[in-house]
Write a protein that binds this ligand. Structure first.
Ligand SMILES: [Zn+2]
Length: 495
């Protein structure tokens, strides 16, 4: 077939006017305009406009963008929302406090939960930020010994107290059949979407290392990471965990290296670096404080705790009154139960860990009780940005951001593919975004006032919704979605 001469001119005459009235520029739900986009995954560090549509980042552009809501963020950094791999405060109030610190995903990976499916169901529609958990060796062991579902014990003290302060689930050795039963519960939890296996061996001193290795073998078999709070503080316990991971082939994440390595922090970082260099999947994290926090009635304070933790009564503080403990007050409060603060660390070691390449930032934030608790649940991320990056200049802003965005996303994305869309400011990523002023960002939470929000974090979006707007919490926005591993079984029916 031949075309009549002039047909091209005809086509052009029809098309050109169409081109001239091409569809209007897209209208985004939210535009963050004029900010300095810092995306550690790609290395982008330039002024860009960010367009958000249907909960996703739809444009990162030098062009002006139109939006239903446009926020001028000139002079501010637009970063991926912070991903906290170690967040025990999993109720809306604790999450709201964390969101003020720029956190958009708060995962409970250390202690974990059991059972898993009901826990995910219980969080639905109740979380301002994204949530997820490992299946926990502590609660699974408790179930096998006592038949009790404790959920996230030791953070659900009522259930644990019901079984007595020194339950067999923490202090007694498990028989072969009990070990097999615990391993089965962990497999069940992974089938229900858990993000790996959580361990707090310090809280289950009755668990022999052979038992821990049987559980590491489950992690290896299912190709999920093990997250561990080691048996004691110091290089010996860290070496024990790493050797078990090497023997079983499990991927390993050692939590809060600052407290767990105690005075041996330089040796612990050197050991981790050398094992990583051999190709092992091994990571660690730190919170930027010289004191930790845990429950005083837990098995961490069984006789021998001074040797295990390398501290004495005077290093313990009771946050409800602010007093340092003595033998008498230790005994009294341990019988009563509650959160205690442990001054165990040195500033110079925390400086080293925060600045060390590859060490993630994670809060270990514990639930706030009547406004008391540990400030790390309110200030970990702003504290790193303000004090360690800006004031002490121990690391660059981009490196600091990587430790709270892309590195934690990668730690979890092999088991939870959804994490490939988090920790990034790029087209197609989830619109989890934190906007802050690099000149003023800093934590304000203290031992006396642990829930005070930071300065300088102005906007926080979770799945495209503002949870912090112009420096204030937006109340009642439950924008968080579950982060799950690969679910292999239907969750059990709820009653
Ligand atoms: Zn811990």
């Amino acid at each position: 077939m031949t075309r009549a001469p002039g047909s091209i001119a005809f086509v052009l005459s029809v098309l050109l006017p169409l081109t001239a009235c091409a569809p209007a520029a897209p209208l985004y739900d939210v535009v963050l305009s004029g900010g300095r986009v810092m995306d550690p995954a790609s290395g982008l560090d330039s002024v860009r406009n960010v367009g958000i549509k249907d909960g996703k980042i739809a444009a990162v552009s030098t062009e002006a963008l139109k939006g239903t809501t446009v926020v001028d963020v000139t002079g501010k950094v637009v970063a991926p929302g912070f991903i906290d791999l170690h967040a025990h405060g999993q109720d809306a109030g604790d999450m709201e406090i964390q969101s003020r610190d720029g956190v958009t995903t708060a995962l409970e990976l250390e202690v974990g939960v059991y059972p898993v499916a009901p826990w995910y169901q219980s969080m639905e529609g109740k979380a301002p930020v994204n949530y997820g958990a490992t299946v926990g060796h502590i609660p699974a062991r408790f179930k096998v010994f006592h038949g009790i579902d404790v959920g996230d014990w030791p953070l659900n003290p009522q259930a644990a107290m019901k079984a007595g302060l020194k339950p067999a689930g923490t202090n007694a050795a498990a028989s072969d059949s009990q070990v097999a039963a615990i391993a089965d519960l962990l497999r069940q939890g992974l089938d229900e979407g858990a993000l790996g296996i959580g361990f707090g061996v310090n809280y289950t001193p009755g668990a022999a290392q052979s038992e821990i290795e049987r559980m590491f073998a489950v992690a290896a078999e299912r190709k999920v990471p093990a997250f561990i709070h080691t048996r004691a503080f110091g290089i010996g316990a860290i070496r024990e965990a790493i050797e078990s991971a090497l023997r079983t082939g499990a991927s390993l994440h050692v939590v809060h290296i600052g407290s767990s390595s105690g005075p041996d922090l330089p040796q612990a970082l050197a050991l981790i670096d050398s094992v990583k260099a051999s190709g092992k999947d091994l990571t660690t994290e730190v919170y930027p404080y010289i004191a930790g926090s845990t429950r005083l009635e837990s098995a961490m304070f069984n006789p021998g705790w001074q040797q295990n933790l390398k501290i004495d009564y005077g290093e313990l503080q009771w946050p409800l009154t602010g007093e340092r403990l003595t033998k008498a007050t230790f005994d009294k409060y341990r019988a009563q139960g509650g959160w205690v603060i442990l001054f165990t660390m040195k500033d110079e070691n925390i400086d080293k860990a925060v600045a060390h390449p590859g060490v993630l930032i994670a809060s270990d934030g514990v639930p706030f009780v009547n406004g008391t608790g540990h400030p790390r649940g309110a200030g970990t991320f702003s504290r790193v940005l303000g004090r360690y990056v800006r004031e002490k200049k121990l690391l660059s802003l981009m490196d600091g951001l990587a430790k709270m965005t892309i590195l934690p996303a990668r730690r979890v994305e092999t088991v939870a593919p959804a994490m490939k869309n988090k920790g990034r400011v790029s087209v197609g990523a989830d619109a989890d975004i934190t906007v802050f002023d690099p000149a003023t960002v800093v934590d304000n939470a203290t031992w006396e006032h642990p829930t005070l929000p930071p300065t300088g974090i102005t906007q926080v979006l979770v799945n495209g919704q503002f949870v912090v707007r112009d420096g204030q919490s937006v109340k009642g926005v439950m924008a968080g979605r579950p982060v799950r591993g690969l679910v292999k079984a239907a969750p059990p029916a709820t009653h």
